[in-house]
Ligand binder design. Structure first.
Ligand code: PGA
Length: 242
């Protein structure tokens, strides 16, 4: 199975999202073995899920709180994501870790909360440039995945996103992606995960770079930021994964 997920981050208004969905659906052809998903900002979840959800496109939250409800101003819970039409949730994106203090301990709780509400977690992991330069890439990935010892196995997608490749136009080279994905698979198996958990690559994916990435063993698709804001490029990426 191949998966292509658009991460819109903090972009688009409702008018822009409507135009995106119309243009995207004009090109999108659902195919067996391909999972397409969109992670819009919270304000657009209901609208996007009404527009594309019925066409077999998954809708993901970009984050979710571990508690079901309560006094957590500014947060959105897993049942609220579910209620807005989501079937999954991005967790641990590097921007959440970097700018909002997301910790591995919090992420373990969020994964279990997602499962409780029947949402598919898409766990993002990846090393910073300093960590790569210091030869710590695999240790960092191993640490980020160690939360699976706490959560136990369950439905999961993982995205390997080297922080230095996100939004920079600087994609990781094929040998770097191959090494990281093989390591992630081995770690996941060690933690008791199913053999078929998809491991996506993310970081400056474009229609120009995607075919080479898809040819790498263990790359089951892409988590796409910048290029996914163009409906034609996003539809093209899904076609390439077919
Ligand atoms: P990018 O973002 O494709 O713009 O590098 C990827 C991501 O942050 O998921």
């Amino acid at each position: 199975m191949h998966c292509v997920v658009a991460n819109w981050k903090m972009n688009l208004t409702s008018d822009e999202a409507r135009i995106f969905c119309e243009e995207f659906l004009g090109r999108f052809v659902p195919e067996a073995g391909i999972e397409a998903g969109i992670a819009p900002p919270f304000t657009l979840l209901r609208q996007v899920s009404d527009l594309v959800g019925t066409k077999g496109v998954r809708v993901f939250g970009q984050n979710g709180h571990a508690e079901a409800k309560g006094a957590f101003t500014g947060e959105v819970s897993m049942p609220q994501l579910k209620d807005a039409g989501c079937s999954g949730v991005l967790l641990g994106h590097s921007e959440r870790r970097q700018f909002f203090g997301e910790t591995d301990a919090a992420l373990a709780k969020k994964i279990m909360a997602a499962w409780q509400w029947d949402l598919l977690p898409l766990l993002c992991i990846g090393e910073s440039l300093e960590q790569r330069d210091a030869g710590q890439t695999l240790a960092v990935l191993g640490q980020q995945l160690s939360i699976l010892a706490e959560t136990g196995p369950g439905p999961l997608w993982v995205a390997y996103e080297p922080v230095w490749a996100i939004g920079t136009g600087r994609r990781a080279e094929a040998p770097q992606v191959r090494e990281a994905h093989a390591f992630i698979r081995a770690e996941m198996l060690r933690h008791g995960a199913d053999t078929d958990v998809p491991i996506l690559y993310g970081g400056s994916v474009t229609p120009e770079s995607f075919p080479e990435l898809l040819a790498i063993p263990e790359v089951a698709g892409g988590l796409v930021g910048g290029a996914s804001l163009d409906p034609l490029k996003f539809a093209e990426l899904i076609k390439q994964a077919g």
